[in-house]
Design a binder for this molecule. Structure first.
Ligand SMILES: [Cu+2]
Length: 151
């Protein structure tokens, strides 16, 4: 009988497609652009990415002010690290771009940039879940923070 054979062939094809699709984020590059400005804001309070993807994140500063006046960075925190406690812990880290010496609480971060500048970082998406991101320049985290969601 040809019919069962055809059916099994169709099933195999379906299985192959299903597996290929579920693994599609693996090894793929996902680009994210987040803008910041002279008004101490990010343009995104939520970023969604696929687990397994390589993230190429660009922070853009659309303003005109200097790094001293209104510099911004982007810091992605490990799960369960709170924005406020992290921001408070780096107040004195000006020399290091408001990044602590120990990177334990951080997944990835950019340097601090001035108006008119941009910077790009590349990192592997962490496991599925919800993570906090912020600008860790003192006084900015109240307005400059959001959720980084890995699906
Ligand atoms: Cu900032």
């Amino acid at each position: 009988m040809i019919f069962p054979k055809l059916l099994s062939l169709l099933f195999s094809a379906f299985l192959f497609l299903a597996i290929t699709k579920s693994a599609s984020a693996q090894g793929s590059i996902q680009k994210v652009i987040i803008k910041s400005n002279d008004g101490m804001r990010f343009d995104l309070d939520e970023i969604k990415v696929q687990s397994g993807a390589t993230i190429e994140l660009t922070l853009v500063h659309t303003g005109k002010r200097t790094k001293e006046e209104m510099g911004h960075n982007f810091v992605l925190l490990q799960k369960e690290v709170e924005v406020r406690s992290f921001a408070m812990s780096v107040l004195d880290e000006k020399e290091n771009g408001y990044i602590p010496e120990s990177k334990e609480e951080i997944i990835s971060f950019t340097k601090v940039i001035a108006g008119g500048e941009s910077t790009t970082i590349t990192f592997e998406a962490p496991p599925k879940g919800i993570y906090n991101f912020l600008c860790s320049v003192p006084g900015h985290f109240g307005l400059m923070k959001g959720k980084f969601i890995v699906e």
